[in-house]
Design a protein around this ligand. Structure first.
Ligand code: ZN
Length: 192
């Protein structure tokens, strides 16, 4: 099922997600719905706050288009399974450690900020301990787009947004669009 994506200005996006303790059918269904919604919106990641739930779960799929080389390094539980086997990925109760402090800059977007793009500095290397929808523990290590996507989504789970880290000049360029989103959300919440 496709869910509505919350927009900047809705308070849920600033909420810290609660840890997930029940690994039941409802959780598997939520993860599936989040993946469907992410694909429908043509995104590469989606966090629970973006479907109006303050929970520690996000989904992502950073597979490159068919025939293209994978532009990042990664491992899952110390192995390197093909991306086809691990994507889409649901990450639950993540704990992130930075394993390479070197920062890299890249233009990011976010499904809760349609039309807004800007440069964001993030560390290159990430280790993320997490659980899957059945409650099994895993460790993913990644750089490049996968590392960046994990950091962007885990920020959402902690109520942090990419505009908090955006290059100041790019933020200024997007100011009018961001204000407009905020106004639209205020009207939406009033009508609710
Ligand atoms: Zn986002």
């Amino acid at each position: 099922m496709i869910l509505r994506v919350t927009q900047y200005g809705e308070p849920i996006l600033r909420e810290v997600g609660k840890p997930i303790t029940e690994f039941d059918e409802a959780l598997a269904e939520l993860a599936n719905d989040m993946v469907d919604t992410m694909y429908d919106e043509e995104g590469i990641g989606l966090a629970a706050q973006q479907v109006d739930r303050a929970l520690q779960i996000c989904v992502l799929d950073v597979r490159p288009p068919e025939g293209m080389e994978v532009p990042f390094e990664y491992s899952l539980d110390g192995k390197k399974p093909p991306l086809e086997l691990i994507m889409p990925m649901a990450i639950i109760n993540p704990k992130v450690t930075i394993i390479d402090q070197v920062e890299d800059v890249y233009e990011e977007g976010c499904l809760s900020f349609p039309g807004v793009n800007g440069k964001v500095d993030r560390p290159v290397g990430v280790r993320c301990e997490y659980q899957d929808t059945e409650g099994n523990n895993h460790i993913v290590e990644a750089d490049g787009l996968l590392g960046r996507c994990i950091l962007h989504e885990v920020d959402h789970l902690n109520g942090k947004l990419f505009i908090d880290l955006m290059d100041k000049r790019d933020l200024k360029k997007n100011e009018a669009k961001i204000k407009k989103l905020k106004r639209a959300s205020r009207d939406f919440l009033k009508g609710k």
